[in-house]
Design a binder for this molecule. Structure first.
Ligand code: V47
Length: 394
């Protein structure tokens, strides 16, 4: 893991493992603490003990130790914009409120000109990253995707383009009757910088059968990530949690990603995505709670000893939980986003985007140091200075 101690040393000394043991509420965590102290990798059983525990503060202290050992007091973010160019999708996953069936008058696909217009920041603003994903839209051809990338690159030459889920890459390869390697090569030449982490959902086949039966399998998603990393393209990985999955499914998902990361080292960040039920075919399910959101961040940090960054996606859990998560294992908050649709179509009550000043305030008020990064996690600006600790709001 990166050593950021030099730039952003922890402000408080981390609790020793003996201090953690003294305050432990859940004795089932003893073996996990022993392993962490001994530098031993946690296994599936440990992951389950952690997920099953309500000793949230212990989970937070343990995850925070790992987070601070790697990243000190830094909290990363970027200045980005999301663009969802088409909501038409043939997959029609049960958890998705964003997708429309091809031909549905409520759906919309943007023209290349419109996407390029959105990619160009207004005067006085800048976006260092454009995050672009869409549904599996049969009317959107691969050559149009390539044209879109070229147009976006011309409209905002300085921005890193993080685009297309592995599900879209698979669809392009099948429709073009070629390999994912060939698709990725053409996209890279047209301006693709990296791949976002969407489409992983829960990798296990039983959950997939229930929530996304038409989507590529978990094995295929992992194969595609392996292929992308093999071509030198880095990516993120996600986990959609809080629907029909069990803790076993979550642990299995995380360990499968961890195994692949041992092989490729191509994942930059892991992002747990909190399920939003409104307007989906799983609307009867409750929203995730703050306890689960913080726990999932903490357990992810503890199990992923090989993925450098754990991103708390403020769009899906809210700025207040995201801020708190900076003490529960998260070191990255995503970005300014500008216009998010996937979780907002499913009832998210967060703003669709935030201003840079808001992100800085949230991070500083958590007692962390805001560090702006590029899409490959190079630090571009450290916003040093003592945080304002007066308790006048988040
Ligand atoms: O793959 C869909 C999820 C993902 C819902 O790589 C939902 O930096 C919650 O992957 N409730 C897309 N989630 C978003 C995504 C992402 C977001 C931010 C950063 C990055 C990154 C990637 O959103 C989908 C799916 O797993 N999703 N519907 C829903 N109702």
């Amino acid at each position: 893991m990166e050593d950021l101690q030099r730039i952003a040393p922890p402000r408080l000394p981390a609790a020793t493992y003996d201090e953690v043991r003294e305050r432990l509420l859940d004795p089932r965590l003893h073996p996990v603490i022993d392993k962490l102290e001994g530098g031993e990798r946690l296994g599936g059983g440990d992951g389950l003990s952690l997920f099953r525990s309500h000793d949230l503060l212990t989970l937070g202290i343990l995850a925070n130790r790992v987070r601070e050992a790697a990243h000190g007091n830094a909290a990363y973010f970027n200045v980005n914009r999301h663009i969802n160019y088409t909501d038409f999708c043939v997959n029609r996953c049960e958890f998705c409120a964003f997708a429309k069936s091809p031909g549905d008058p409520a759906g919309r696909r943007m023209s290349v000109e419109e996407v390029a217009r959105l990619a160009r920041p207004p005067a006085g603003e800048r976006w260092s990253e454009l995050h672009m994903v869409g549904g599996l839209d049969p009317s959107f051809t691969f050559s149009e995707a390539v044209g879109m990338l070229r147009a976006v690159r011309a409209a905002n030459p300085g921005a890193h383009i993080k685009a297309f889920t592995l599900v879209e890459i698979d669809s392009f390869a099948r429709r073009e009757r070629t390999t994912p390697e060939a698709i990725l090569g053409v996209l890279r030449e047209a301006g693709l910088g990296s791949l976002p982490g969407g489409g992983a959902e829960i990798l296990g086949s039983e959950v997939r059968r229930r929530i996304c039966p038409n989507k590529i399998s978990g094995e295929r998603w992992l194969d595609l990530a392996r292929i992308a990393h093999g071509t030198g393209i880095r990516s993120n990985c996600t986990m959609l949690y809080g629907h029909v999955e069990s803790f076993e499914d979550r642990v299995d998902h995380i360990l499968r990603l961890r195994d692949l990361q041992d092989e490729t080292r191509g994942f930059m960040a892991f992002i747990p995505l909190a399920f939003h039920p409104k307007n989906t075919r799983l609307e009867h399910l409750p929203e995730t709670g703050g306890e689960d959101n913080l726990k999932t961040i903490a357990v992810s940090r503890l199990l992923f000893d090989n993925i450098p960054h754990i991103k708390v996606y403020w769009v899906m859990v809210g700025l207040k939980i995201a801020q708190t998560a900076l003490w529960f294992g998260a070191d990255d908050m995503d970005g300014t986003v500008v216009e998010e649709r996937i979780s907002h179509d499913a009832g998210a009550r967060t703003p669709k985007g935030v201003r840079l000043e808001d992100l800085l305030r949230v991070i500083r008020r958590a007692g962390r140091i805001p560090v702006e990064r590029d899409s490959l996690y190079n630090r571009t600006k450290v916003y040093a200075g003592e945080p304002d600790m007066e308790p006048t709001g988040a």
